[in-house]
Design a protein around this ligand. Structure first.
Ligand SMILES: *Cc1c(COP(=O)(O)O)cnc(C)c1O
Length: 429
């Protein structure tokens, strides 16, 4: 698959290069040159397959010239080796697509684990790779688990000490082996600055084989297309006629993947881009002006992003497909409304969490009587145990994986936010 840089269309690379590079020149995102499609007759055959075979089939549409299908299927099987998406009915015409049954209880497991498989497969010279990433919680956990015990890959994760939840810390700072975690005495921004400094240091980059494995990597997006097909396969036939999907958005990777599924030929009627108070995209869709404000902290903190970096991909896809951007549903939901919605869902017998609740609220507002709606459950409620228990005034039980992890000791190093210290650490260890 050839991809071009959205900031410079003359820069084109193969999939393998795009996976290794992450971003192109001028921090430009890579976008597929050819958009494959699935014929109508082929679609029902595809939908009848199991999750692994179907996902391999879909991914091979994009990357078959670089990775043989039999090889790809092996990698997909390894990447998606956990309990797949589930659909839980909430009202007569609305259900949640739960994507949080993976090892770190968030949908990010799908993308991170497939990227890990691709990076290790494409690293055919068995060079040492250092994945360096800063996290405010979820991404670090998904990346750490995805690369855990992988040969020739070392993962170093920086996070702001005392600023992520105790549960989140236990989830990825107890692994050991090839996973190193560093608690930085500072803010998340300071962690990110350290990572940027490392990537600007050519010598360090070369010696340690630095790679960022961040969420703009094209391999993550492709992996996420697969669960939209699974969702469509799982819902009853009569509900497939007019399907609306509401996506809780932060960096807009999840929505991009859904739109790519539609562009492949999956008959999804429309999407809703749901945000919290960080509403750059909803305001843009209303007024046509791109005016990011300062990021606001909310209870749906994985969506606290005011400059969503996948948005250019959404625009490009609408342009390429000649779709009308006015057909994209959108809205933003305040913390107060999120709290009310969590109560509403709980009264319906479904204990949820803030991110999914935002998607549900906008779906309920916009859905028409003849339609069926799915909202995406992006994280397990237990990941936000303290917040939700305070709101719903009831206990949220931890799943077994998390309970076991909580018993293990933290293995993190401590460090001041000082680049020379980090540099020395990376070169010595
Ligand atoms: C990352 C994340 C999101 C946002 O997903 P994007 O692909 O960045 O839009 C939503 N909910 C949860 C729980 C997340 O971790």
């Amino acid at each position: 698959m050839k991809l071009y840089n959205l900031k410079d269309h003359t820069e084109t690379v193969e999939f393998s290069k795009a996976v290794k590079l992450g971003l192109g020149s001028q921090q430009g995102l890579f976008f597929p040159k050819d958009l494959p499609s699935i014929k109508k007759e082929k679609l029902s055959e595809l939908l009848n397959m199991n999750f692994i075979s179907r996902s391999s089939e879909i991914l091979s549409k994009f990357i078959k010239n670089e990775i043989k299908k039999t090889e790809l299927e092996k990698k997909v099987k390894k990447a998606f080796s956990f309990s797949g998406p589930k659909i839980i009915k909430v009202t007569e015409n609305i259900a949640c697509l739960e994507l949080f049954h993976g090892p770190t209880l968030a949908f990010k497991d799908f993308g991170a684990r497939f990227m890990a498989q691709m990076l290790s497969y494409l690293n055919n010279k068995n060079e040492i790779v250092t994945i360096l990433t800063a996290t405010s919680g979820d991404t670090g956990a998904a990346v750490a688990h995805a690369f855990y015990k992988m040969k020739n890959v070392r993962v170093v994760i920086l996070y702001p000490k005392g600023k992520i939840s105790a549960l989140q810390e236990k989830l990825f700072c107890t692994l050991g082996e090839n996973i190193t975690t560093i608690a930085i005495n500072g803010s998340f921004d300071e962690c990110q600055t350290l990572v940027k400094q490392a990537f600007n240091d050519e010598e360090l980059k070369k010696i340690t084989g630095l790679n960022s494995a961040n969420s703009i990597n094209i391999s993550r997006l492709l992996a996420q297309i697969c669960y939209y097909f699974e969702a469509f396969a799982l819902i009853p036939k009569q509900k497939k006629i007019e399907l609306i999907i509401s996506v809780p958005c932060g960096n807009f990777g999840n929505l991009t993947a859904g739109l790519l599924a539609k562009s492949l030929g999956l008959p999804i009627k429309s999407f809703i881009a749901a945000t919290n108070a960080n509403d750059t995209v909803p305001r843009f869709l209303k007024s046509g002006n791109w005016e990011p404000k300062n990021t606001i902290s909310t209870i749906s903190n994985a969506m606290d992003i005011s400059r969503p970096n996948n948005w250019p991909r959404v625009e490009e896809l609408f342009k390429r497909k000649k779709w009308d951007l006015t057909e994209l549903g959108f809205g933003s939901v305040s913390d107060d409304q999120t709290v009310n919605t969590l109560h509403e869902l709980s009264n319906l017998g479904y204990d949820s969490e803030p991110h999914a609740a935002i998607a549900y609220k906008l779906l309920k507002e916009k859905i028409k009587p003849n339609q069926f709606g799915l909202f995406l459950g992006t994280a397990h409620p237990a990941k936000f145990k303290e917040t939700i228990e305070k709101i719903l005034k009831k206990e949220i039980l931890l799943p077994k994986v998390l309970k076991e992890r909580c018993k293990l000791p933290l293995l993190s190093h401590n460090m001041r936010p000082n680049f020379l210290k980090l540099r020395k650490f990376l070169l010595e260890k």
